[in-house]
Design a protein around this ligand. Sequence first.
Ligand code: ZN
Ligand code: ZN
Length: 552
Amino acid sequence: MTKSILRIIPLGGLSEIGKNMMVMEYEDDIIIIDAGLMFPSEEMLGVDLVIPDISYLLEKREKIRGIVITHGHEDHIGALPYLLPQLNVPVYSTKLTHGLISVKLKERKALSGANLKVIPPGGQITLGKFRVEFFPVCHSIPDAVGLIIQTPIGTIVHSGDFKLDYTPISGRPTDLSRLAQLGRQGILLLLSDSTYAELPGYTPSERVVGEALDRIMAEAPGRVIITTFSSLVSRIQQVIDSASKYQRRVFVVGRSMNNIVRMALELGYLNAPDGILGRLDELKGMPHNKIAFVTTGSQGEPTSALVRMANRDHRQLHIVPGDTIAISATPVPGNEALIARTLDNLFKQGAQVLYSAVSQVHVHGHGSQEELKLLLNIVKPKFFMPIHGEYRHLSLHAKLAQSIGTPKENTFVLEDGDILELSPKSAKITGKVTASNVYVDGLSVGDIGTVVLRDRKMLSRDGIVVLIIAVNRQTGKLVGRPDVVSRGFVDTREAKDMLDKSRDLVARVLNRSGDRPAEWSFVYVKVRETLNKFYYEQTKRRPMILPFMVKV
Ligand SMILES: [Zn+2]
Ligand SMILES: [Zn+2]
């Protein structure tokens, strides 16, 4: 290996939102930053979640010194339960992030054997030739950090997810003075969050949401139901604060949210006045205007409490007219349809529903353009690489950097798997490693490939036709006409003639081929070809065609 070259390899999170994972490699040392998951998009049928492909790391397992986690969101920690059993290296994070990782590993029964270490914001660790310092950043979760990474060839700043909220709810504002101090000493490379690089101006402060929640708690005639991400601890705090101001008790609904609330209370990241948190069995007889619920379901997740309530499917809770529901989260791309359906169902049941389109019940946790420019100005990196975002976000962020003076040839827009090689004086993209999606489906990880997905897509769109072909065991000749069974393809009564014709067609093709029908590979290909063409001509659809042969 070439000496004195630092490699930066994103394995996830570049050119997509989610499954963030970054590899830094110098000689015999590798560190990993974040290990997140991504929620599947609509065409990934039946896939529960997506995690990064770590085949590159598996080859170099003995060089990995540790995984450093910037904060406790799913897109930064969600892959750990699947990856740790394969990598088994120490994981470094702040206290709340550590708590969230533990909850997650426990849920997936992967906690035992995991080596989790807590580092305070401002703390430092040495991992091989890397020295990593955690600096506090403000984000939509407390205890989020960015990283200052000292390497033998220069200093790298990784922003994590951040915004510049000067009045955050919990956690500290982004530590700009530490960065300014470093900026004066010279930074080789800045990696910075691009999620909201499209938005001009500044991201509003979390305070705005507090004010909206206050109004809701004060004015709602009945119960208030706030739904958000379970990891949005600061939002849960805001719900508790605002409920207690208006003499409402707070009921946490749902297992994952209860687990996280309990952990955050224990660690001191959530504060609840005595008696404000209630158990569901205490609800009976309470006046509705004294009740607030906080629950998951902001993404329309089918198993969440909110969606169950919306579908009249929750054991204990039902929506009643007079309820006010606030969706305090941004839709994750791909979930819009599910969310819209949930909103409609809630309206149908007489609830008043507030969501970001009609009320400021949520602000996002990422910096907008002015904040991104400010960070660039303070850090003054020699090289710049936008991270965390779709390709357009990364490109726009690179343009922003250029607009304030970073030379174009010093900005690098990478995609997952690209290798950026750095020396103290130069940087270039030199190649690519495998960095595809690994699909998690129920309990299986990585068993489903693109072929399975293609099949699922085909089945969902055009259905399936099964063909049963009987041949004589002795002569190998066709017996009678093949049978056709179809599902999800055409209305079998209306299309009876067409399906009949297809049986005749197959019979003709197979009889014409002399005594070869018994030769399975021939039959399989021939039948599929013939029917593919015929069905497409007749219906403009391409069902999956599965020929079966029975010997009689
Ligand atoms: Zn985040
Ligand atoms: Zn993120």
